[in-house]
Structures are given as structure tokens and as C-alpha cells.
Design a protein around this ligand. Structure first.
Ligand SMILES: Cc1cc2nc3c(=O)[nH]c(=O)nc-3n(C[C@H](O)[C@H](O)[C@H](O)COP(=O)(O)OP(=O)(O)OC[C@H]3O[C@@H](n4cnc5c(N)ncnc54)[C@H](O)[C@@H]3O)c2cc1C
Length: 502
């Protein structure tokens, strides 16, 4: 495509996506790249995004963020999973808890043992064997790599935080690492006639910023990848029908729960995300089924504390850009697509795309092979996440609104259909190569929403009834005793203000 060496990178946009990308590039390639970030105070950022998933710990560690400083700066709390209320049926509740459940055997996941128990006891509870779930529901947290005196996995966690404060924290970090920040609104984009590559962007004050590689982090406006290059959009709204969010913060509630709540209602669902200083709330809904006025009153009615601001509407369309990298532009963040916030995947997608860019970094010039490989991996990643999120809507048994009836009846991607059918018949579920969500995540959503397999793995029958009972009871006892000894989540957060926490 081009032999021109990549020395100057221009990141357009200073939301969470812009500063995450800047910090990673600066940390790893800061000595060989000249990195500039342009952001517009006039346009501002989207101002939502509070829940994350466990890989964020690896990202923060990779750039060298101190966890205690990070949690203080972002008003962060701990997230052990997402509780889904009223998704299968009204009145139901289950959790996608992070980490392991029970004890895995070679060739056979733990849920097969649970499925046998459930055949005799319909009320048997899968989550009794989840350390994360039990800690979450008891408002407990401790950093624990393993269950004491066993080789069973310990706590797996992520964070809730204010994404705006995270971006600010990363800005300080990036600027220290040499990233130059320019404030201003871009109103012109200049392309080379021969190649169509972007060679510069121009601000309203006529300042021109040149670059070899441009990262489009302009959020939903997708200034470079779509407005300039028109790469096209793959629309997922027939599978993910919500297209609006109404967001409002409310006063802090104690104790601060260490998990996200996703509460289904007749035309979508509501998030509740506890931070140190406030709770984030938002109603995600389908504008075809619910007016903005009704959404506002529903959201305000379902808050558990006094709102701190007027609710605001964010319109979006679910789907992804057909190409995330085109010519010398790589789109990262909302400019590259959006699924909806149900499984908190978007900040992860930013970190994953920034990491992928680094792995494919075109220092000797942009090669078609790099671009194709980057786009291929991005597509697979998106489709795997898309399927997992659709699963929550498809598996509903709710019949109280057209919204849920349409979700039940919709045709889902063949890849998801296959996964659901295999699980229903055999109890088996396989994680695709490099897939973000584990088998245990899939099991929890499918079992939690009432898809109970007809069969279980034959290894289970090699245990006598007594051995099976002992296994289940022992696991439950170990987990209960561990949780009993853990400090509360509030205590953990209080420790943050002290000089060092463990
Ligand atoms: C309702 C909702 C809830 C969400 N919840 C979660 C969640 O819980 N967890 C999660 O992981 N993700 C969540 N997300 C996604 C998350 O908010 C975004 O992925 C994240 O904030 C990144 O946004 P961004 O940086 O791409 O865009 P933005 O925050 O919109 O930033 C865009 C940047 O580009 C700049 N810009 C735009 N145009 C120009 C121009 N012409 N000139 C100069 N600068 C320009 C802006 O000034 C801004 O700095 C949610 C999203 C929505 C819509």
C-alpha cells in the first residue's frame, strides 16, 4: 500500500478510546513515534461507560498503572459480575459471575455435575459453587488467587469507574510519556490525491496537523473512517434492538455492592453501577417500543436514590464498521461500532483494538497484509461478542410485551443457533479460539435464562451418588467459609485512602 515509514501518529479524539490508545502507544513505542492527540472541548465526550470486564487488569498492568492510584483517581469500585434480573422470566435473577464455578475435571466442565444434581433437585442452585457470586451477594471482596488450601481458582474481578476520570488519568500518564495534546475542532480533512491517504487534519483556527497514521477515536461521529472514507456499517439492530439510552447518576447507596445490576423491563433494561461517590443508572430501550418521555419516567421511578442531574438521552445504532482499518486510518472506540452496554464489552474492545494495532504496527509502511489481518481478527472478535449479547435477548421467555415477543421470535446468527442447540441437547459448550467469553460465562447465561440441557457428560456417572454429594457439599463448604472470612467491599474501598492496600 505504501512504503512510507510511520513516524508520526495522530489520534483524533480524546475520549476513553483516544487516551487508552495514546497511553499504550506511548508506553510501548513512545521512543520511536511522535504521538499527537487532538480533542475538542466544544464537542466533548460521550460521558458514559462505567462497567468493565476482567482483562482491564492486564491492560492497566501492561502500561504500569498503580491499582490503588487508579481506583482513587477514577472513583472506582470492584465488579465481580453482572446480576440479571427478570431476563428469563419476570421475577428471575441470575448472575454472570466472573471466574470459575466449582471444580473442572479434565474433559468435563463442572456444570455437568450440577446438571445431574438438578435432575433430582429442580431447585439446585448453580451459583452456590461460585466464589465470585457468593462474595458479590454478601458484599465481600478480597484479592485471592486461589481458594485457601486448594488448587481451586480464587476471585476474578474487574472495575466500575467513571470513564471520564479514567480518560483524565490516562491523559496525565500519556502526557508524561511524551504525547502532545492539541485542543481544537477539526473541520477539514486533507487526502493525498494519488493514494487517498489522509495527510493532515485542519482545525477551525486553520492549524494543520500532519501525520503518517491517523487513529479515529471521534466516537459516534466517526469523522475519518466513515465521514471521510465511507467504509460502511454492518447493522446489528435486527438482533440487538435497543437504540437509545437514558442516563442519570444518583446518590451513593451503602453498602456499595461489588457487582453491576442489569434489570430487564418491558421494553429493554436498566443498568445500576455503584461507584465510590454515586451510582450510575441508565435505561437502555427500543425507541420503536417506548417513547423518550415514558423512558424518562420509568428510569426515575426505578432509581434507588435521589437523582443528581436531569436524565440525558444517548441515541445509538448497534453494529460495526465493515472495516476498522482502511488506508492510513484505524478506528478505535465508538467510531468502530457499538453493541450496546449489556456485557460491558466496549472499553475492552478499545483495549483489544489498541493492542492489536500495536501487534500489527506498520512501522515500515502500511502493508495490505497487516490491514487485512487486523480487520479479520476484529471481525471475528466482534461477531463472538455480538452472539453472546444476542443470547440474552433470544433466550427470554417473557411474554409481557411486543419487545420481548419479537426478541424470542427473531432469527439469530447461525453461529449462535448452533451453540444454543448443542448446549440444549448435550450440555456441551466450547469456547472459540481467542474468544473473550469463557464456557462458564455461556453456561451461566444459558442456565440462568432457563436453557437446561437434556444430557450431561458420562464422566459424571463414574461418581457414586455419595461421591457426587460429597463433591458438591465440600465445594460449597469451602466457598462459604472463604466468603465468611473476607472483608466487606466497603472496607476494601476504605483501605484505598490509606497509604497501601493489599
Ligand atoms: C449508553 C452507553 C453506555 C455505555 N456503557 C459502557 C459500559 O458500561 N462499559 C463499557 O465498557 N463501555 C460502555 N459504553 C461505551 C463507552 O462509553 C465508550 O466505548 C467509551 O466511552 C469510548 O468512547 P469514545 O472515546 O470512542 O468516544 P467519545 O467519548 O465520544 O470521544 C470522542 C472524542 O472525539 C472528539 N471529537 C469528535 N469529533 C471531533 C472533531 N471534529 N474534532 C476534534 N475532536 C473531535 C471528542 O471531542 C471526544 O474527545 C457505553 C456507551 C453508551 C452509548
Amino acid at each position: 500500500m505504501t512504503e512510507q515509514k510511520i513516524k508520526k501518529v495522530v489520534i483524533v479524539g480524546g475520549g476513553t478510546a483516544g487516551w487508552i490508545t495514546a497511553s499504550l502507544l506511548a508506553k510501548v513505542l513512545g521512543k520511536v513515534l511522535d504521538i499527537t492527540l487532538v480533542e475538542s472541548d466544544k464537542i466533548g465526550t460521550i460521558g458514559v461507560g462505567e462497567a468493565t470486564i476482567p482483562p482491564i487488569l492486564h491492560f492497566n498492568a501492561a502500561i504500569g498503572l498503580d491499582e490503588q492510584e487508579f481506583l482513587k483517581a477514577t472513583k472506582g469500585t470492584i465488579k465481580l459480575g453482572i446480576e440479571f434480573d427478570h431476563w428469563g422470566k419476570q421475577g428471575d435473577s441470575y448472575m454472570h459471575a466472573f471466574g470459575g464455578i466449582g471444580k473442572n475435571f479434565p474433559f468435563c466442565d463442572f456444570h455437568h455435575f450440577y446438571l445431574k444434581v438438578k435432575q433430582h433437585n429442580i431447585k439446585a442452585d448453580f451459583w452456590q459453587y461460585s466464589l465470585n457470586y457468593q462474595a458479590a451477594k454478601h458484599n465481600k471482596f478480597a484479592k485471592l488467587n486461589q481458594l485457601p488450601n486448594t488448587n481451586l481458582p480464587g476471585i476474578t474481578y474487574a472495575y466500575h469507574f467513571d470513564a471520564g476520570l479514567y480518560a483524565k488519568h490516562l491523559r496525565t500518564f500519556s502526557e508524561k510519556m511524551g504525547v502532545k495534546r492539541i485542543e481544537g475542532t477539526i473541520n477539514k480533512v486533507h487526502q493525498a490525491e494519488s493514494t487517498g491517504f489522509i495527510h493532515s487534519v485542519q482545525l477551525e483556527n486553520e492549524q494543520i496537523i500532519t501525520g503518517d497514521l491517523f487513529i479515529d477515536c471521534t466516537g459516534l461521529s466517526a469523522l475519518l473512517i466513515e465521514k471521510t472514507f465511507s467504509v460502511g456499517f454492518e447493522d446489528y439492530s435486527h438482533w440487538l434492538p435497543c437504540d437509545r439510552a437514558m442516563a442519570v447518576p444518583s446518590e451513593r447507596i451503602d453498602p456499595i455492592i461489588p457487582y453491576t445490576k442489569a434489570i430487564a423491563h418491558a421494553h429493554g433494561w436498566q443498568w445500576r453501577i455503584p461507584l465510590q461517590h454515586r451510582t450510575g443508572n441508565g435505561l437502555v430501550y427500543s425507541s420503536k417500543h417506548l417513547s423518550d418521555e415514558k423512558a424518562k419516567s420509568l428510569l426515575l421511578k426505578n432509581l434507588d436514590a435521589t437523582p443528581l442531574e436531569e436524565p440525558r438521552i444517548i441515541a445509538f445504532k448497534t453494529g460495526r464498521r465493515r472495516k476498522q482499518w482502511h488506508r492510513n486510518v484505524v478506528a478505535i472506540g465508538l467510531s468502530s461500532g457499538f453493541f450496546e452496554p449489556l456485557e460491558s464489552t466496549n472499553i475492552h474492545l478499545i483495549q483489544s483494538a489498541a493492542t492489536r494495532l500495536l501487534k500489527c504496527f506498520p512501522h515500515q509502511g502500511i502493508k495490505e497484509e497487516d490491514v487485512n489481518e487486523f480487520n479479520r481478527q476484529a471481525k471475528i472478535e466482534s461477531e463472538q461478542m455480538r452472539d453472546f449479547i444476542i443470547l440474552h435477548y433470544k433466550l427470554t421467555q417473557r411474554d409481557d410485551s411486543n419487545f420481548w415477543r419479537e426478541c424470542q421470535r427473531m432469527e439469530v446468527p447461525e453461529s449462535l443457533m448452533r451453540k444454543m442447540a448443542l448446549f440444549a441437547q448435550t450440555g456441551k459448550v466450547f469456547r472459540e479460539q481467542d474468544e473473550l467469553f469463557t464456557e462458564i460465562a455461556w453456561q451461566q447465561v444459558m442456565i440462568g435464562q432457563g436453557l437446561i440441557p437434556k444430557d450431561y457428560h458420562p464422566l459424571v456417572d463414574s461418581l457414586s451418588q455419595q461421591q457426587l454429594d460429597d463433591l458438591m457439599n465440600n465445594l460449597k463448604t469451602i466457598i462459604d467459609k472463604t466468603v465468611e472470612k473476607m472483608p466487606s467491599h466497603n472496607e476494601f474501598l476504605t483501605q484505598l485512602s490509606k497509604p497501601k492496600f493489599v
